[in-house]
Ligand binder design. Structure first.
Ligand code: NI
Length: 174
């Protein structure tokens, strides 16, 4: 496993739509292992392949807390088949938008079809934090970020700050 560099907004790749995978092979498993390591060391609870610059429909998630046993979930070609009318609101963050958080309202429950780490078709019914996390990550596969649910004013303010931080980082590197 090796850690990859996480792409930070604003970056045009984060706005691109990822493509479906034909099959789960060892190369893809290697990618998923790298994504998991990158996510754990960030640390974060979800990561989409596009966030390390790979436009494939792959997501890793682990919502287990500190002392709990690790419980990684690998989603290849995830597809939401049901979203509840009932909603829930979480304060969301994103590894591609470091330091920024905002409340986002999403369907409280969702069902999905996906392919797992071993290439097997699976179904999952989720609610609570996992449902929000799944929807946030699937948004990434469609070029959508959580700030897209905020007002234009708030979104522009966050992007402006991130841009400024990037410039400062570049200065230090020089
Ligand atoms: Ni994210």
């Amino acid at each position: 496993m090796s850690k990859r560099k996480i792409i930070i907004e604003p970056d045009p790749i984060l706005r691109k739509k990822s493509t479906s995978l034909e099959k789960v092979d060892n190369d893809l498993r290697k990618l998923m292992d790298d994504m998991l390591e990158t996510m754990y060391s960030a640390p974060g609870i979800g990561l989409a392949a596009v966030q390390i610059g790979i436009l494939k429909r792959v997501v890793v998630i682990d919502i287990s807390k500190g002392e709990e046993k690790k419980n990684p979930i690998f989603l290849v070609n995830p597809e939401i088949t049901f979203k509840s009318n009932q909603t829930s609101t979480y304060e969301e963050g994103c590894l591609s938008l470091p330091g920024h958080f905002a409340e986002v309202e999403r369907p409280a429950e969702c069902h999905l079809n996906y392919i797992d780490y071993n290439g097997k078709k699976q179904k999952l019914q989720t609610d609570g934090l996992l449902a929000t996390c799944v929807q946030h990550e699937i948004d990434h596969l469609n070029g959508v970020l959580f700030i897209d649910y905020l007002s234009k004013l708030k979104r522009d303010m966050i992007i402006k700050k991130l841009k400024k931080n990037k410039k400062e980082i570049n200065k230090i590197v020089l």
